[in-house]
Write a protein that binds this ligand. Structure first.
Ligand code: ATP
Length: 482
């Protein structure tokens, strides 16, 4: 369970944090003085620290210095009272994660803490290359993924900026973390910013900070991610969505290793290593005038392409088992494996959402089943039925499953809900094959099956049956699906 240490002498503040995180599976530890805070940091090793600037036996910045010395990566958030913001900004320049103003806004506070826990997780759980037995490994043995890992190994130790390209869910963030983990900056911070998730007008300020009065609402100075990151690594996720003004500033930063805060005129030097990633086609964005060509050329000196899952299907069984064991452990369930038909189904599917979709599919199946084995009926509704590869086998193809073997296995594995699941398997097979015989003609299939068309359509939807050739006459198109 993640641990949060709150160092504040006001009981009401400590109480607010306990209340906000009561239901969030976060252990909240509190301390009222610098000395006690120091003890708690050493004894409890919290993931995130929230620190009041003014404590009875000294300044919060004293404790902050101690934390920076012992673990420079641990996110620290300051609580500032009126008039202490400048000190908080100074702390940000020395690498604090952020600061909260009193009185505390509970919603803003829980969002900020969520980001801090995520940053702590990313830095704590290093992403590793396949031959490294630790933590979040990049799994896969296909040549495509092995080549990618070799490339990561080659560039990680060099201090160059890297552009990571790949479809959504292919593992770009994992690649960025692996580069960081294997770099000389692994003991420095790793921060990520998603350019698509920040309102356009705020991206510049988020990255470079701003001076008071830089724009309406900028009443105080703000330190941006580049200053905050020090000599760490910054991932600019979804860089294709970076607004044009921020792109111009980024270009200058990459050329000169300097930037100015928004509304400021004093150049600030930076040593941050920049990793950028996108799932967009940057060439197309350049052609459309949405992305700067010169910035692209600066970024793409070292480019890593993360292959889509459909181009490395041989990795699917390993990934699927990895997610199965991970989520079975998380759910506290004794799920042991996949029926062979499931792996066939996975191999024949195109996975438009890539590894993330496979992960979500396995996770959902693990959570919803009651037995020890995942069967086709447990995953079919989780795979996009419109993708041709997800279709049931043709009527004249090999049998999709052996009914007797399947029933025997379910009983042997001590599975539950056996009746509903076997009936669904049989129904699916029967309907798919009947429609195969009628060449997709639903009216004829209803006649053969002896069920009305509305029921047939409902079953098609419930059982996720899609058809190669559905003969849809006008009357059928007008039917209402119940
Ligand atoms: N090769 C891999 N081995 C193990 N896990 C992987 C692999 N590739 C991706 N994953 C897992 O798949 C999920 C999605 O990966 P990630 O978030 O890195 O994708 P992404 O390309 O950054 O996605 P997006 O473009 O949507 O942000 C994560 O949980 C990640 O750990």
């Amino acid at each position: 369970m993640p641990k949060l240490l709150v160092v504040d002498d006001e009981a009401i503040i400590c109480h607010s944090f306990r209340k906000v995180f009561a239901s969030a599976d976060v252990e909240v530890i509190t301390a009222g003085t610098v000395a006690e805070g120091r003890h708690r940091v050493a004894a409890d090793r919290p993931d995130v620290v929230v620190l009041d600037l003014q404590l009875p036996d000294g300044a919060g910045t004293e404790l902050f210095s101690y934390i920076r010395e012992t673990d420079p990566k641990r996110p620290v958030i300051f609580i500032t009272a009126h008039g202490t913001t400048d000190t908080a900004i100074e702390a940000m320049k020395r690498g604090a994660f952020d600061y909260l103003n009193k009185p505390l806004d509970l919603e803003g506070m829980s969002q900020l803490l969520g980001r801090a826990f995520e940053a702590a997780r990313v830095m704590r759980d290093p992403a590793a290359l396949p031959d490294d037995p630790t933590t979040d490994r990049i799994l896969g043995r296909t040549p495509a993924i092995q080549d990618m890992c070799k490339q990561i190994g080659r560039v990680a130790g060099q201090d160059v900026n890297v552009l990571i390209l790949g479809e959504s869910g292919t593992g770009k963030e994992l690649v960025a973390r692996a580069i960081y983990t294997h770099s000389r900056r692994a003991d420095r911070p790793f921060l990520a910013i998603n350019c698509a998730a920040i309102p356009e007008g705020l991206v510049e300020s988020e990255l470079f900070g701003h001076e008071p009065g830089a724009f309406t609402g900028a009443d105080r100075q703000r330190v941006g991610k580049f200053e905050q990151c020090g000599d760490g690594t910054l991932l600019l996720d979804e860089i294709g969505d970076m607004p044009t003004a921020a792109q111009a500033k980024m270009l200058r930063l990459l050329q000169e290793q300097r930037f100015e805060r928004v509304g400021g005129s004093q150049p600030i030097a930076t040593r941050v290593r920049v990793l950028a990633s996108t799932n967009q086609d940057l060439d197309r964005l350049i052609a459309a005038g949405k992305f700067r060509n010169d910035l692209y050329y600066r970024l793409k000196v070292v480019t890593i392409r993360v292959p889509p899952l459909r181009e490395r299907k041989d990795d699917i069984p390993e990934l699927a088992h990895h997610f199965l064991f991970r989520y079975a452990r998380e759910a506290g369930k004794d799920v042991r494996g996949f029926a062979p038909e499931v792996l066939d189904l996975f191999q024949n599917y195109s996975w438009p959402g890539n590894v993330r979709q496979l992960e979500n599919c396995v996770q959902a199946a693990v959570y919803q089943i009651s037995g020890r084995t995942i069967h086709p009926t447990d995953v079919l509704s989780l795979i996009d039925p419109d993708t041709p590869q997800a279709q049931p086998p043709a009527a004249d193809g090999p049998p999709a499953f052996d009914l007797v073997r399947t029933i025997e296995r379910m009983l042997r594995d001590g599975e539950r809900d056996v009746h509903a699941r076997v009936v669904a398997l049989v129904e699916r097979e029967l309907i798919a094959r009947t429609l195969g015989q009628t060449n997709g003609h639903q009216a004829q299939a209803s006649d053969i099956l002896g069920i009305n068309r509305t029921t047939l359509r409902r079953k098609l939807r419930e059982l996720n049956i899609t058809l190669d050739k559905v003969v849809t006459d006008r009357a059928e198109t007008d039917d209402v699906v119940s």
